[in-house]
Every structure is written in structure tokens, then in C-alpha cells.
Design a binder for this molecule. Sequence first.
Ligand code: PBG
Length: 324
Amino acid sequence: MGFPQERPRRLRQSPALRRLVRQTQLSPSDLVLPLFVREGAGEPVPIPTMPGVVQHSRASLRVAAREAVAAGVGALMLFGVPATRDATGSGLDDPDGILNVGLADLREQVGDDAVIMADLCLDEFTDHGHCGVLDDVGRVDNDATLERYAAGALVQATSGAHVLGLSGMMDGQVGHVRRALDGAGRQDTLILAYAAKYASAFYGPFRDAVESTLVGDRSTYQQDPGNAREALREVRLDLAEGADLVMVKPALPYLDVLRQVADSVDVPVAAYQVSGEYAMIEAAAAAGMIERERAVLESLTSIRRAGAQVVLTYWALEAARWLG
Ligand code: PBG
């Protein structure tokens, strides 16, 4: 008789057995909650393309941070939405700029109970919406941008950020910022390098969230979606320049890249489940096409299974509560 010699199903008989042998676990402390704070907002402003996500007022930002810490969320990543923008993105390194005052609010609110991260990039602050300053013919000027990032880094660190998330994809940004921090006695400020960041359509809703003014795209600095090997090069350079953690972004469409990066480094690896990934599941769930909670947890588990230790997700608070 041809009875099976091996019976993998024996391990799947009960919830208790499945839980016992599950390789990939999710826990609240792995999750990072991205938050937006909007200059001048008296109350939270909903973001239509990201149902359930808001641009916070300074007061509601504190409430959100308190809730996230209470739920055990590992970290908060703050983005600023300024009222005015200019060519050099001066809001980035203005100590009274919305991102910097928001960081100070967060630090005062949560202290060291959760890790506070700052987006270190110019796109929210420039009137043209690019992640760098432009040269006289309108191209992104890599090296002039590095100076702007260094200035921003010092103010963000002073404002209370534990970790700076360098998301601009300029060559040499990690090394430049590391030297600036060290030169100012900020050896303890960490750098999370958005090492492999792709030029992705999945950032669409985020650009609404920060009211981006970008015309065109970021293909001269963010990576081409067809390239995996290039991600390893970016990661290698960022680590050589002093990155403490490296990130792959977006997450779900780039799980293969995430796995390759995770296998090639000896630092913690993060992945960013971006706004478009969030919007897709929310829209499908709202249309009754998919079970929301199961889809969210499955997507987060997949990102962890592919090699991310840390996951940035707009569901961080909700997922942390589900996970208990
Ligand atoms: C740049 C930045 C972006 C995101 C995070 N940091 C936008 C971009 O590169 O265009 C996207 C995050 C998301 O889509 O959720 N400051």
C-alpha cells in the first residue's frame, strides 16, 4: 500500500502545535509606527488615500505616541508637513521647523521608552519636492545636498531623535552625516540607512500625506525596480560609511531583495511596508474582497520571514494590539 512515509500534516493538527513550531513570530517590539505631524494643525487631518492615517497636530501626536508605547510598539518614525517650503528646504534644519519641534515633543512624551526616529530628507521641505537641492540647470545636486542633510542631522539629534532615517538616496549621505554627528559629539545617534530604496509607484499615498509638490519622479536617485544586485552595492557602501541598520523599501514587492540583503549583512535589517502597500490592503478590505486583519498580519509575517527584523508599518499600533 502506498501510504505516505512522511506526514507533514501531523505538525498542523492544532493551534497549539502550529504555534509551537511556527518559525517566524511577530511581536510589537519589531514594529515601527510612521507618524506625520502637520504645522499649524489644530486637530488631526485625515489622509484620504490612507484611510485610518492622519496628519497629527502637535497635541494628537503626543497622544498617538503614548498609545503606541503602551501597546509595546518598538519605535516611532516622524515625518513633518510644513506650512511653507523653499528651494533649499530650510525647514529641515530650522530648530523651530515642524519636524524638529515634533521630535522634541515626542522625546519629552516618551523619553527612552520607545525609539524615536526622524526622517532625514529634504522632500517634505523643498518647494520643488525633490529629496535634494537643485543645481542651476535643475538637476539634483548630490554634494550640495549632503551639506543640507548634515545640517538637518545635527538639529534632529539635538531635538531628541535617537535614530536618523536617511531616506534621500544621495551618494555618500551616510558617511557625510556620520562625520557631522561625530564632529558634534553625537557619537550615540544612530543611522538607519534607507540603503535599498526603489523608485516606486507604491509611495503614491505618502506623497498625499506630506502634500508633496514633486513634478516628475525620483529615478535619478532612487533605484530601478529591475535591479537586485545594485541593492547589495548600496548596502555595502552604507555599511562602510557607518550605517547602524539598513533598510529595504518598499517591502512586499521586494521580498527577494530583502532576503538577499538579510543574508549579506551582520547588522539589523529593516523593511518599510509603504503607503501603497497599506492602501491596497485597506481598499481591498473595504470592498469586502479580503479579510483585513488576516491580510495585514500575513503581510507583516511575510516581511519578517524574508529577513526583516524591524518592520515599518502604518498598522504598527493596531497590529501591536492584536498581538497583545
Ligand atoms: C522621503 C520618503 C518617502 C517615503 C518615506 N520617506 C517618499 C518618497 O521617497 O517619495 C515613502 C513612504 C511611504 O510611501 O509610505 N522622505
